[in-house]
Ligand binder design. Structure first.
Ligand SMILES: [Zn+2]
Length: 605
């Protein structure tokens, strides 16, 4: 066998490059004592059932008692899950994580009575309770987010029935997961070096970026041949999932599945419509970028499998972790001394688990809770992509830090709709910093292309998905069967409209809908696109040098879940119910596309 680079085992990693979890629990005994405290407190929470109608003091007592136990349980959970992820093969850590999950399930079922009982209170009486009791008023928005759902909560017997049907209603989605992750078998193909390699989703993601057209073409054709073979099954699982969303929306008295899904975060559907409208109005920009890609690659035909190969050659930037840390600090310095001080604390206090080791969870994330540091997991590689991941996760970590240090526990977290804005704003600041710092035209071209590809994949592609998601829910609601042919016909037309004339409409791409797990997430993907566009406006405001605009951004980071997401973003300076922020993002895309085109013309002279 060829020489394979061995990853270090967990205990071979330099402790300075690992996260320090001892501030959470000094010893395992400390963990066990909190675990037991949660276990002992759970039965007491069940005894509070039936007390809420007794008055403001009773309601306040129930809320604080429940939140106190959840808070302790979250700490236990975060510790166990971080331990688990640093070495997923470690049996002791597996046991910790498994026990903690069971603890959470028990806790959730012990407090399941709370929301229905709160909703059963007379609304006027509830308002009076909150007005009379100043301590209870601290939980007003928390209570509002529950009572907002009043019209959509059913009678207790119906709720019970729906809860019991939950597993059955989720079957279509589970079947897709099992088929896609476990049962589908892909053929052996050739990689970049002519070596035979077993195709998989992960291998496909690498091969589709190959600089050799025949390698990416083969990967594309072979992957889609497998999906094509199962297209009727996959249409059936997708249709089953859509039917579940439509059924839930209907029985809960929403006008449609989209309204039901967005109401969870109190997002008006106009945000979604504005996105789709603005993206469609700017599709000529995507067509122009795609045509430029064809020209630079020197291809007589541009296929769907030519959209992911890098067009500016091998990356010209590489960083060790120590260098990347310095670059991150410089790129984020526009956030001001307070933010920067906290970033430096993240580096010096070992909040970051840096390098890969055997059994470590892949990818990168930021995770923590109110009473712990917001930790970051990385799998460091000496390249630009890792630097982007570092500032991205640092964005989440600072958001968590500011929210937990400026809000009471009940408002110390935040919703997914606002989460990706904090991380993407940091990425946008890094792009700006790199373009201002490196004069070398090849580096400039590389960074610009990184930005353009990111925009294509996030704003254009995710909105294409969002449009398709809306289409399939509407079709099912109108009684039109979601057959494989119907799905593929529509998807192909949608894809042609998005990519335009410069790309050959390969028939295989008609089946792309069949392999996208996000279509099972229930109106999730549009948030990637809105988040990316909002980050663009926010980064512009921060870079303007006007410290009041920067402070407005910090106000957003400090807001946690104390208000609805759209309101929080308004405080930061971006109104996501209007289209101006989207237009501003497209202006930036166009400007950088011009810059990139001019650079490429100079480099090729
Ligand atoms: Zn993120």
């Amino acid at each position: 066998m060829a020489d394979v680079k061995q990853l270090p085992t967990r205990d071979e990693v330099d402790p300075e490059l690992t996260w320090d979890l001892t501030p959470i629990y000094q010893t395992t005994a400390d963990f066990e004592s909190d675990f037991k405290a949660v276990q002992d407190a759970i039965p007491e929470l069940e005894q509070l059932r039936g007390t809420l109608a007794g008055g403001a003091d009773n309601l306040l007592h129930a809320i604080t008692a429940i939140l106190a136990v959840i808070r302790r349980a979250e700490k236990v959970y975060v510790y166990a899950s971080l331990k688990h992820d640093e070495d997923t093969g470690n049996a002791e850590n597996q046991a910790l994580s498994g026990r903690t999950q069971t603890l959470f399930t028990t806790l959730e079922s012990a407090i399941a009575w709370f929301d229905p009982e709160l909703l059963a209170l007379d609304p006027d009486k509830l308002t009076a309770m909150i007005t009379e009791n100043p301590e209870l008023a601290n939980y007003k928005h928390y209570i509002d987010t529950i009572t907002d759902q009043r019209e959509h909560v059913l009678a207790p017997s119906e709720e019970k029935l729906l809860a019991q049907a939950g597993d059955a209603l989720g079957a279509a989605s589970n079947t897709f997961g099992v088929l896609n992750d476990a049962d589908l078998e892909f053929p052996v193909v050739e990689d970049n070096d002519g070596q035979a390699v077993q195709l998989s989703q992960g291998v496909y993601d690498q091969l589709i970026q190959s600089t050799k057209p025949e390698v990416r073409q083969m990967a594309f054709k072979q992957l889609y041949a497998v999906y094509h073979q199962f297209r009727h099954t996959l249409a059936s699982t997708l249709a089953g999932n859509v039917k579940t969303h439509n059924f839930n929306a209907q029985v809960r008295h929403y006008s449609d599945a989209r309204q039901a899904a967005l109401s969870g975060n109190h997002i008006p559907v106009s945000v979604y419509d504005a996105l789709v409208k603005a993206v469609n109005a700017h599709l000529p920009l995507l067509h122009r970028y795609v045509a430029l890609r064809k020209k630079i690659l020197g291809l007589s035909e541009l296929h769907m499998y030519d959209l992911y190969t890098p067009i500016t050659g091998e990356p010209k930037l590489s960083y060790t972790y120590a260098q990347a840390r310095d670059e991150a600090v410089k790129a984020l310095s526009v956030m001001g001394p307070d933010y920067l001080g906290n970033v430096k604390t993240a580096f010096s206090s070992r909040w970051i688990d840096v390098v890969e080791n055997q059994g470590k969870r892949s990818g990168g994330y930021s995770s923590g809770m109110y009473d712990t540091a917001p930790y970051i997991l990385l799998n460091w590689q000496d390249n630009l992509e890792s630097l982007y991941t570092l500032v991205h996760e640092m964005g989440h970590t600072m958001h968590s830090y500011y929210s937990s240090h400026n809000q009471p526990y009940q408002y110390g977290d935040y919703s997914i709709f606002v989460a990706e804005i904090a991380s993407t704003t940091n990425e946008t600041l890094l792009t700006d910093y790199l373009l201002k710092t490196y004069d070398d035209p090849q580096v400039q071209a590389f960074v610009l292309n990184h930005y353009l590809d990111g925009f294509k994949g996030t704003v254009f592609r995710q909105t294409q998905f969002a449009e398709f998601e809306q289409f399939i829910h509407e079709e099912d609601a109108a009684g039109h069967p979601l057959t494989a042919d119907h799905l593929s016909d529509h998807y192909l037309k949608l894809n042609q409209r998005y990519y335009g004339e410069a790309v050959i409409s390969d028939p295989e791409i008609a089946d792309e809908w069949s392999r996208i797990p996000h279509f099972y997430y229930n109106y999730y993907v549009y948030q990637y696109a809105t988040g990316f566009a909002a980050a663009n406006t926010l980064a512009d405001r921060i870079l303007s040098g006007d410290t009041s605009k920067r402070d407005a951004y910090l106000t957003y980071l400090k807001s946690g879940s104390s208000d609805y997401p759209i309101e929080v973003m308004k405080k930061a300076g971006v109104d996501m119910s209007q289209t101006a922020y989207l237009d501003q993002a497209f202006d930036q895309f166009e400007k950088r596309l011009d810059q990139f085109e001019a650079l490429i013309n100079t480099l090729n002279k």
